[in-house]
Design a protein around this ligand. Structure first.
Ligand code: NAD
Length: 355
C-alpha cells in the first residue's frame, strides 16, 4: 500500500479500506459517525460496507448533495445529530464524500465540543487530489465560498480510487481541473503528461498519487497559507467568483472544477500581462483547459458583479484583490494585486476564446 505523510497524519492509498479498520482498532473511539450526502450514501456507503463487513458500529449522518448545501444550516444539522446521538469528545466523524462533505464535515467536527477527530474518505477525483488533504475545512455564506472555516488536520485520509467508478464523467472532469493546476504550479513534466490524456477518465492511480503528492508537499511546507500554499489558489480568485455567481443565478450551475478552469485561463492571461508568463505558456494552458472543458458564456453585463464577489475573497488584504499567478509552467508567484480594469480584460480574453 502506498502512503504519504502529511501534517501529523497519513494519507493511505488503499482500495481495501483495511487501513480504516486498523485505525479504528488502534484508537478506540467512543462512537463512530459516517457523514455522507444523498449520493455517497447510495453509491459509496455500500462499497465501504462490502469492503469492511465487520464495521457495523456506526451511525450515519446524511446531508443533501451539492455545493448549495455547504451552509451553516446543514452544519447545524450535523452538530444536532452529533448531540442527539450523544457524541462526546472522543467520538470520530468519517467524512465519506466529495469536497462538500469533507469541507463541511471537517468544519463540523473541528468545532463540535471544541473539536473531535475526523477522517476523510474522499469519493470524487476533486476531493481525492485536493479537498481532502491539507486541513482546510469550511462552509459558504452569502455567496462567498468557504468564508467560514478552520485549519484543522484530519486524523487520516484514505484514498480508494474504486469509489470513482460511480462518479459521472462531468464530475471526474471537474476534478481533473485541479490535477492540471498541480502541473501548472509545480511540475511541467506532469502537466505535459496529463494533458496528453484523451479524457479525465483515463487518469491512472499513479497520476492521482502524483497529484496528491504535489498538493501535500505544498501544504506540509505551509499549513496555514502564509506563503507557498497560496500558489494553490491559482485560478481560484476569478474561479470562485464565477462559481458563486453561477450558483446563485443558474439552474444548472458550474461545478467547482469547471469554474476554476475558467479562472485559470483568465488568470493565465493576467500572468502574461503581469508575471512574465510567455505567450507559449498562456496558449498551452488555455488549450489544455479548452480540451476538457466546454467554453462557457460569461454574460457581458456581470463583470461588476464578479468584481464585487472577488472583493469578498478571503485572500484579499486591505481591499485589494489578490492573485497567485504562474510565471511559467511549473512555478507560481503569490500576492499579486491587480486593478479592476485588467481583471475585466482577462474576462474579455476568455469570452473571445472558442472550443
Ligand atoms: P461534491 O462534494 O459536491 O461532489 C460532487 C457530486 O458527486 C455530489 O453530487 C456528490 O454527491 C457526488 N458524488 C460524490 N462521490 C460520488 C461517487 N463516488 N459516485 C457518485 N456520485 C458521487 O463536489 P467536489 O467536486 O468533490 O468538491 C467541491 C468542493 O470542494 C467545493 O465546495 C470546493 O470549495 C471544495 N474544495 C475544498 C478544498 C480544500 O482544500 N478544502 C480544495 C478544493 C475544493
Amino acid at each position: 500500500m502506498n502512503t504519504i505523510e502529511s501534517n501529523n497524519y497519513t494519507i493511505y492509498f488503499d482500495n481495501s479500506l483495511k487501513s480504516l479498520s486498523e485505525f479504528l482498532a488502534q484508537k478506540k473511539y467512543s462512537k463512530v459517525f459516517i457523514l455522507t450526502d444523498e449520493l455517497t450514501c447510495q453509491y459509496c456507503l455500500p462499497v465501504l460496507q462490502e469492503k469492511l463487513p465487520d464495521l457495523t458500529e456506526f451511525d450515519i449522518i446524511e446531508v443533501p448533495n451539492g455545493e448549495e448545501n455547504k451552509t451553516i444550516d446543514f452544519c447545524i444539522g450535523i452538530w444536532r445529530m452529533l448531540l442527539d446521538f450523544e457524541a462526546d469528545r472522543n467520538a470520530l466523524l468519517i467524512n465519506l464524500g466529495g469536497g462538500v462533505v469533507t469541507d463541511m464535515g471537517g468544519f463540523a467536527a473541528s468545532t463540535y465540543k471544541r473539536g473531535i477527530d475526523f477522517i476523510n474518505i474522499p469519493t470524487t477525483l476533486l476531493s481525492q487530489v485536493d479537498a481532502s488533504v491539507g486541513g482546510k475545512t469550511g462552509i459558504d455564506m452569502d455567496n462567498v465560498k468557504n468564508v467560514i472555516g478552520t485549519f484543522t488536520q484530519p486524523k487520516a485520509v484514505i484514498i480508494a480510487t474504486d469509489f470513482l467508478a460511480t462518479l459521472s464523467d462531468r464530475q471526474l472532469t471537474s476534478g481533473f481541473a485541479e490535477v492540471i493546476k498541480h502541473g501548472i504550479i509545480a511540475d511541467a513534466d506532469f502537466f505535459n503528461e496529463i494533458i496528453e490524456l484523451a479524457s479525465a477518465k483515463d487518469i491512472s492511480e499513479a497520476q492521482i498519487l502524483k497529484s496528491i503528492s504535489i498538493k501535500n508537499k505544498v501544504v506540509t511546507a505551509d499549513p496555514f497559507e502564509k506563503d507557498i500554499r497560496k500558489t494553490l489558489n491559482y485560478g481560484h480568485t476569478i474561479g470562485h467568483a464565477i462559481e458563486s455567481w453561477s450558483l446563485n443565478n443558474e439552474k444548472n450551475p458550474l461545478l467547482h472544477g469547471e469554474a476554476i478552469a475558467i479562472g485559470m485561463i483568465c488568470e493565465a492571461y493576467l500572468a502574461k500581462e503581469l508575471a512574465g508568463l510567455s505567450e507559449d505558456d498562456l496558449e498551452a494552458i488555455t488549450l489544455s483547459f479548452l480540451k476538457y472543458f466546454d467554453h462557457y458564456i460569461i454574460k457581458q453585463d456581470i463583470d461588476e458583479q464578479l468584481l464585487e464577489i472577488m472583493k469578498q475573497d478571503k485572500k484579499n488584504t486591505s481591499g485589494n484583490i489578490n492573485f497567485s499567478l504562474p510565471n511559467k509552467i511549473c512555478h507560481c508567484q503569490i500576492d499579486i494585486l491587480i486593478d479592476h480594469h485588467l481583471i475585466k480584460e482577462s474576462l474579455e480574453f476568455y469570452r473571445n476564446l472558442k472550443n
